[in-house]
Write a new protein. Structure first.
Length: 119
């Protein structure tokens, strides 16, 4: 059994979630709970770090799809950072780079919340 952990840190009005371990159908509810808690607390500027994530399944990807609309509807966004090549390839295959902003590191993702949207 491989573990999964969601570590939460706050940087002003931005919340950083660091994912650790193995994100699949068994552990996806842990991430859902963490994201729902942020929405309930009106913390909708979210940066998710994949630095210590070793695996993600389609169930894990689905969690992000399930929350992005609600987060953006509340004036926030979910930005993704620190993906290794293997995890980025999964996101890329499913077209996620067109739906989510993917940054190389946390500081760029946090800083991008201060920039005006270019849409």
């Amino acid at each position: 059994m491989t573990g999964f952990e969601v570590l939460r840190a706050e940087n002003g009005d931005i919340t950083l979630l660091r994912l650790k371990g193995y994100l699949d159908a068994h552990t996806a509810p842990d991430l859902e709970t963490a994201l729902q808690r942020l929405i309930d607390e009106k913390r909708v500027k979210i940066v998710v770090s994949f630095k210590e994530l070793t695996y993600i399944s389609s169930a894990g990807l689905g969690v992000f799809m399930g929350f992005i609309e609600e987060v953006r509807g509340n004036g926030g966004d979910i930005k993704l950072t620190n993906m290794n090549q293997k995890i980025f390839r999964v996101f890329d295959l499913l077209g996620f780079p067109t739906l989510f902003e993917i940054r190389d590191d946390e500081s760029h993702a946090v800083g991008s919340f201060a920039q005006p949207k270019s849409r």
